[in-house]
Design a protein around this ligand. Structure first.
Ligand code: TXA
Ligand code: MG
Length: 328
C-alpha cells in the first residue's frame, strides 16, 4: 500500500480514508497518533497489524469534543466531568466504563475505555471531518520511540498505512497522562504531559503513579500496555546522574563507543560523544528525547546516555520513559 501524504489543508481527504476503514497518522499536541474509526472493528484490527502491537494493549479513543464522550463511555463520574472541563482539550486520558458499541479490540477486552480530546487544531478538524470517534495509539512500530515528527511516522509505517497528515513536530513530545476514573480515588496509570501537581487542586486524593520497576502486579493487569517493551532505540539507553558524568572512567567509556548524550547539564567533555544535546529545561528535554533516540539510530550509535532529572512536573513522565527505554 502506498502511503499518501496530506497537508493540514487536505483533512477532508484524510478523513475520507478514516471513514472507509483505513489508517491515517496525524499530529496531536503529545505525539503523532495512528488513527482508525474506533467503532469499526476491522479498521481497529489494522492498527495492531501495522504497528505489530500486542492485542492485549488497549487503545485511546480520541474525540473532537467532550460532549461526544457518551458515544464511548456508559457512565461519566462527576470528578471525571470536572477534569474534562478543566483539562480538555489536553494531554489527559480518562479511563471510564465502556459503552457496549465500542469494539472489544479497542479496549483489549476490558470493560473500560480510555478517552481524550487532543489539544491540536489538525487533530480536532480531522476527527470532526471523520464524524466518528478515532482510536489512536502512538504512530510508531510497537516498542520503538514514539513518533514526534511525520518523518518518524514514515520511518516506521511507510507503506503499512493509508495516509500521514504531515504537520510540524509535536509540542509536548511525551504521551498523555492516563488516569483510571473507575477506581476510588482515581489513579494515575501512566504519567504524561499533564502533571499530577496540576490535577491535585481538583482531585487532592489522586493516587500517584508508582514508578517502574516497582510496578505492582495489579497495575500491570489494569493497564496492560505497561508490561510491554517500550520506547527503545536500537542503541542501548543508559540513565546517568551528574556525579557519574564527572567520573573519569565514564569519559573513557563513552570515548571507546559511539556514544550520544542528552541532558540538562553540559557533559563537559563533548569530544567524547558523537552527538550532544543540552536542553534548557525538562520540558525541552521531554519534547526532544524521542527524536534524539531516532537520530542516534540513524547515526548507528551504540549507546545513548541520558541525564536523569528531578521527578517533579513533566520530570515524572520523562524519567518513566527513560527508565523503560533503558530496560532490555
Ligand atoms: O498522547 C497520547 O496518549 C498518544 C496520542 C496519540 O494521543 N497516544 C498514546 O497511545 O500514547 P498508546 O496506545 O501508545 O498508549 C495508550 C496507553 C497504554 O499504556 C494503554 O495500556 C493505556 O493507554 N490504556 C488504553 N486503554 C486503557 C484502558 N481501558 N484501561 C487502562 N489503560 C488503558
Ligand atoms: Mg505508544
Amino acid at each position: 500500500m502506498k502511503t499518501q501524504r496530506f497537508t493540514g489543508y487536505e483533512l477532508e481527504k484524510a478523513a475520507q480514508l478514516l471513514r472507509i476503514g483505513e489508517l491515517v497518522a496525524f499530529p496531536t499536541e503529545t505525539v503523532y497518533g495512528l488513527g482508525a474509526n474506533a467503532m469499526d472493528s476491522a479498521a481497529v484490527d489494522k492498527i495492531f497489524v501495522a504497528k505489530g502491537r500486542p492485542a492485549d494493549n488497549p487503545l485511546i479513543v480520541h474525540l473532537a469534543c467532550s460532549t461526544d464522550v457518551s458515544k464511548v463511555a456508559r457512565e461519566v463520574p462527576i470528578l471525571a466531568r470536572e477534569l474534562m472541563q478543566r483539562f480538555w482539550p489536553g494531554p489527559l486520558t480518562l479511563v471510564l466504563p465502556k459503552q457496549k458499541d465500542v469494539p472489544n479490540q479497542v479496549t483489549a477486552g476490558l470493560d473500560t475505555v480510555a478517552v481524550r480530546v487532543p489539544n491540536h487544531f489538525v487533530a480536532l478538524e480531522l476527527i470532526r471531518f471523520a464524524g466518528v470517534p478515532i482510536a489512536a495509539p502512538s504512530a510508531n512500530r510497537s516498542g520503538r520511540p514514539s513518533a514526534t515528527t511525520w518523518q518518524a511516522v514514515a520511518e516506521d509505517l511507510e507503506d503499512r498505512i493509508a495516509g500521514i497528515v504531515c504537520g510540524p513536530p509535536t509540542c509536548l513530545g511525551l504521551e498523555s497522562t492516563v488516569v483510571d476514573m473507575t477506581s476510588t480515588p482515581p489513579r494515575v496509570l501512566r504519567p504524561g504531559g499533564l502533571s499530577i501537581e496540576e490535577m491535585h487542586s481538583l482531585v487532592p486524593g489522586i493516587q500517584p503513579y508508582f514508578a517502574h520497576p516497582e510496578l505492582s502486579r495489579e497495575s500491570l493487569v489494569n493497564s496492560p500496555g505497561l508490561k510491554h517493551r517500550h520506547y527503545q532505540p536500537r542503541a542501548s539507553v543508559m540513565v546517568i546522574d551528574a556525579d557519574t558524568l564527572k567520573q573519569s572512567d565514564f569519559v573513557l567509556k563513552s570515548k571507546s563507543r559511539r556514544s550520544h548524550y542528552i541532558g540538562l547539564k553540559h557533559p563537559g567533555n563533548s569530544q567524547a560523544f558523537q552527538a550532544v544535546l543540552v536542553c534548557k529545561n525538562a520540558e525541552e528535554y521531554a519534547s526532544r528525547v524521542f527524536d534524539f533516540f531516532r537520530q542516534a539510530d540513524l547515526l548507528k550509535a551504540d549507546v545513548v546516555y541520558c541525564e536523569c532529572v528531578p521527578e517533579v512536573g513533566i520530570g515524572v513522565a520523562l524519567m518513566d520513559r527513560l527508565r523503560r527505554a533503558s530496560h532490555s
